[in-house]
Design a protein around this ligand. Structure first.
Ligand SMILES: CC(C)(COP(=O)(O)OP(=O)(O)OC[C@H]1O[C@@H](n2cnc3c(N)ncnc32)[C@H](O)[C@@H]1OP(=O)(O)O)[C@@H](O)C(=O)NCCC(=O)NCCSC(=O)C[C@H](O)C(=O)O
Ligand SMILES: [Mg+2]
Length: 295
């Protein structure tokens, strides 16, 4: 299977599609990706207006390297198909499907994209935010391993999960943690990225930094954000630090030695290092922008 090119998704900012002032700010923000929301951030009476604003924004913006996803409305709503048509005409990098409950939801959206985007460049990201979606997360994520699959990323929707399950949203997220770990596991099995849910209090940056650190330690690739004030902490938490980079470079250098070419277990600074650690090191170095040059 060919490896997908690495895209950093440390900080992924939601912006309501109707908020022109916020859209105009995006070019100056240092988030890795943006999700422009046509779903929950837009009232039902304003969906058409939001699509128009978004269309103008996407057709006039200059590419600044950020990944752009459009969060469409669900296909069972009156707006989902028009949102997908908009995505096909404006060509973001991805559409984000809300409230995905089964692999068939992703496949249905993928079929709608096939006619307008036969090359399969438009990726699909999927929210996991309902009890059913959570129970099906393994089969949803496993689509990522299907040849030609558009599924590229899962996103935890913790607000909807709290609403639908009745768990209390505590600062330490203790009731959500088992479900979040389930999502991480499913994403790894399916070979897709997984992003942590949002933190609604955008004024308590200390608590936010702690939540980012928790998400990083749980294995998330990045965090979804609601406010520009949250970008710096997410970028910091989900970037490898200097000592991790140094250690990974040492592992790469050790396995590059000709005498280790046929060796799977070596010692570095008194610690056992296996080839599996080399894979881990290469993934970390890719995150730090230090991937090996193609030969
Ligand atoms: C939460 C907000 C409504 C707060 O907005 P505001 O009161 O305007 O905040 P500030 O005055 O502090 O804003 C300062 C300037 O920053 C700009 N800004 C604010 N938010 C954004 C943003 N997201 N992207 C870009 N720029 C932003 C403001 O425009 C101010 O600039 P200026 O006007 O020039 O002074 C607001 O932050 C917001 O709307 N956030 C996103 C909300 C959203 O999209 N929600 C839906 C997605 S979250 C979700 O659904 C999760 C999931 O589905 C689940 O279930 O968990
Ligand atoms: Mg939601």
């Amino acid at each position: 299977m060919t490896q997908k090119p690495f895209r950093p998704r440390r900080s992924v900012l939601y912006v309501p599609a109707l908020n022109e002032r916020a859209l105009a700010k995006l070019a100056h923000l240092s988030c890795d990706a943006v999700i422009i929301d046509l779903e929950d951030a837009v009232a039902p009476s304003r969906k058409d207006e939001a699509r128009n604003v978004l269309s103008t924004f996407l057709s006039t913006r200059e590419d600044d390297g950020k990944e752009i996803a459009i969060r469409v409305n669900g296909l069972s709503t009156p707006w989902g198909r028009d949102d997908i048509a908009l995505a096909l005409s404006t060509r973001p990098d991805a559409i984000l499907l809300p409230k995905v409950e089964a692999a068939s939801d992703v496949l249905a959206a993928s079929r709608l994209l096939d006619d307008g985007d036969p090359s399969g460049k438009l990726a699909i990201w999927s929210m996991i935010e309902t009890p059913r979606g959570l129970l099906e997360v393994g089969s949803i994520a496993s689509l990522g391993r299907e040849p030609g699959s558009r599924l590229d990323c899962l996103i935890a929707g913790t607000n909807d999960l709290v609403k639908d399950t009745g768990v209390r949203a505590t600062a330490d997220r203790k009731w959500l943690l088992p479900w979040l770990m389930q999502m991480v596991l499913a994403a790894r099995a399916g070979g897709v990225d997984i992003l942590d849910g949002v933190s609604n209090d955008f004024t308590d940056l200390e608590a936010f930094a702690a939540e980012c650190a928790q998400g990083r330690d749980m294995g998330f690739d990045g965090k979804t954000l609601i406010h520009p004030a949250q970008i710096a902490a997410a970028n910091l938490a989900f970037s490898p630090d200097e000592s991790e980079i140094a250690e990974a470079l040492a592992i790469r250098a050790a396995f590059d030695q000709p005498e280790n070419a046929e060796t799977n277990v070596i010692t570095i600074d008194g610690r056992m290092v296996e080839r599996l650690h080399l894979q881990q090191a290469e993934r970390l170095l890719a995150k730090a922008g230090l991937q090996r040059k193609a030969t």
